[in-house]
Design a protein around this ligand. Sequence first.
Ligand SMILES: [Mn+2]
Length: 464
Amino acid sequence: MHLFSENTYKNRRQTLSQAIGKGLILLQGNDEASMNYKDNTYRYRQDSTFVYYFGLNQPGLNALIDTESGEEIIFGNEFSIDDIIWVGQQATIKELAQSVGITDTRAANALKPILLKAQSQGREIHFLPPYRTENLLKLEFLLEQSIQDLSQGHSTKLIKSIVDQRSIKTSEEIALMTEAVNVSREMHIAAMKATKPGKAEFEVVAEIYRVAKLHASYLAYPAIFSINGQILHNHHHDNKLESGRLLLNDSGAETTSYYSGDITRTFPVSGKFTEKQKEVYNIVLEMEESAIGMLKAGLAYRDIHMAANKLMLEQLKTLGLLTGDVNDMLELGVGGLFMPHGLGHQIGLDVHDMENLGEQFVGYRDGLERSTQLGLKSLRFAREIENGMVLTVEPGMYFIPDLIEKWKAEDKFSEFIQYDKLKAYYDFGGIRIEDDVQVTENGPVILGERIPKTVAEIEDIMQA
Ligand SMILES: [Mn+2]
């Protein structure tokens, strides 16, 4: 790990320490996590905030920053000869810590007395809400507080300061994110080329994994790869690829740097779009491209979500699937039937960046409440955009027979929705198009090399 210079890490910690100003900051690294018995573990994944400030990718570490004295300490046990027999000679924690500008390293059990002393002196200890049970149990032990108290005890100030800092990506981070998108791009092109009628979905998914591994990468999240694109988080890959169906591929790489790509493309199993598929596809494409074009510091992402929705409603009206006033439909949330998710989210060291810190801090702010409308309620990022942020832009359009039937039975929005005409779309599936976009003062920049996106580009690459 430690991808950046010692100074980068020092500066990051100094910025955080100054923002907090008083008390101690405790940051927990992740441990190994067992899968089906203790020694058979999941792939090790360090906590992203820990990586951001300390760059160390080893299990069993904790870190403490004293915002008043300036002390920075890494706690963890050095390998014994028993460990080395199994996993080989490793760099020591002391050496690793020095490479990120920390000279004070101590054994794991040295942490608790320091924390208890600070508590007894009435000093505040800032910590984040743990998302892993092991870390919650460790906190219970370290701070001698009940799990119930700890669930309310995390520091909102620490969360907000970290979100402010990690939301703005530096050029050295953008370079690594661009790499991750380019690996994702290769995964997507391989999937398009491997798709043939008669294959099973998992045969193409195997290509996606193969390409990721060729770049020493993992998938940033389980691939969504399905002819049933209308099922939003469909992780099954057992369907046969039938000519005439659309195939939705939402997959991205997480490289060894932990930065990730999050890309979606939708393409026809046969390699050639039908006229009906083309019509809907081009609506989603227009939504995506115009939303990307709107990205600008100061504008609320919620407004871009709404603009994409409005465009969709207008086009559905042109197709004859809706009638009536578009602004009324927009306000009432008619679009949720066709796009029941949000337009996008921040991406970085986490594919949904910093979501473990709480979506309300990452994507919302005081005075900006989350809507309860279908679609808008799933908007992860709604607040004002800033230069340096990287956002996914991922509009979609889906025909979900169960949902359409439910609304129809409730007579919901029947003055707008032409339910009888929607019957012809029950076997259509769904379309989503997604890119990762950096917001800069010179305008939006789509990360990575271009991934086939227009009808012509997709048909070309599938026939090549
Ligand atoms: Mn996404």
